[in-house]
Design a protein around this ligand. Structure first.
Ligand code: SF4
Ligand code: SF4
Length: 97
């Protein structure tokens, strides 16, 4: 399940374009159309230019207080794990782009 921060969102529409499962709709702002289709690929999270999307892992995988953020920083991809809104862990890896 993705969580969109509408305060941070700049309505660019990139999340809707990259989602492979049509979970996200877009007219003048993004909407979550069919959350059950989300396969937690993080594509929309990484694509968002303003870090407005976080991923909450499904209940059979994680405690529902955990959310993930991921983004590219130069030649690295960064993964952050939040618990109840507080940063708990951060990992980054060099990637080929
Ligand atoms: S995590 Fe993947 S499947 Fe889920 S909404 Fe984002 S792009 Fe779509
Ligand atoms: S990619 Fe981010 S900023 Fe762009 S519409 Fe989606 S949530 Fe908003």
């Amino acid at each position: 399940m993705i969580i969109i921060d509408y305060e941070a969102c700049i309505n660019c529409g990139k999340c809707e374009k990259i989602c492979p499962c049509s979970v996200i709709g877009f007219t003048d702002h993004p909407t979550i159309e069919d959350p059950d289709k989300c396969w937690h690929c993080l594509a929309c999270v990484k694509e968002c230019p303003v870090k407005a999307i976080k991923l909450r892992l499904p209940p059979h995988i994680a405690d529902q207080r955990y959310e993930m953020l991921s983004y590219h920083e130069g030649n690295r991809v960064v993964f952050q794990v939040f618990r109840a809104g507080e940063l708990e862990a951060e990992y980054s890896f060099e990637v080929r782009r």
